[in-house]
Design a protein around this ligand. Structure first.
Ligand code: UDP
Ligand code: MG
Length: 193
């Protein structure tokens, strides 16, 4: 199996690049952000809880997110592997993911691909996305800046953990989408050899 953690700040292009990686390597994407939005749209209890954090640009608490991920991974699927998009976002989630992948799939995380994009570019991209996405958390610069702050205070340490395991690779997230995809593909191909 190829199990990829697609890492990077909000607006770094994880969702876009996940689509390209899925097609190239026949993977299944698990986006915890998309799962929350699905629950918010359907007004479930989980959705209501998540919304109270997401609308402020804060992270949803670890255990809520981890439980949702476990439920998702328990669903039977035929795949070459998974792309975790937007998860893990904290050190606790990183440890949990390692255990879940071991227990549910009997395998491990192959690589953490990190998209690097500077803050001001992120803010501009997210404001632009907010014009059409309908996402409440993209529509307001203050919320966007809070998401970026959450990234630095809580999420950046995830990179350190994958670095310690020798699984962390950075790719410049600014440029042509296809160029960035090709760089990501090359990193995955390296570890397949
Ligand atoms: N979120 C979270 N934990 C997750 C995924 C998402 O707390 O594992 C929340 C968080 O508030 C985040 C929002 O959902 O700001 C949107 O997440 P998503 O990954 O979709 O946004 P992106 O960072 O890709 O723009
Ligand atoms: Mg996303």
């Amino acid at each position: 199996m190829i199990n990829i953690v697609l890492f990077g700040p909000p607006g770094s292009g994880k969702g876009t690049q996940a689509q390209h990686l899925i097609e190239k390597f026949n993977l299944k994407q698990i986006s915890t952000g998309d799962l929350f939005r699905y629950n918010m749209k359907n007004d479930t209890e989980l959705g209501k809880l998540a919304k109270s954090y997401i609308d402020k640009g804060e992270l949803v608490p670890d255990q809520v997110t981890i439980d949702m991920l476990i439920d998702e991974l328990k669903k039977p699927t035929e795949t070459n592997g998974f792309i975790f998009d937007g998860f893990p976002r904290t050190a606790t989630q990183t440890d949990a993911l390692e255990n879940i992948v071991k227990e549910e799939l009997n395998t491990d995380i192959s690589i953490c691909l990190s998209l690097v994009v500077e803050d001001e570019v992120l803010v501009q991209r997210l404001l632009k996305r907010g014009e059409t996405s309908g996402r409440t958390d993209d529509s307001n610069e203050e919320i966007i800046r809070n998401r970026i702050k959450e990234y630095y205070t809580k999420t950046a340490e995830v990179a350190e953990l994958y670095k310690q395991q020798g699984k962390y690779v950075e790719v410049n997230g600014i440029g042509e989408i296809s160029e960035i995809s090709n760089k990501l593909f090359a990193e995955v191909e390296k570890i397949q050899k």
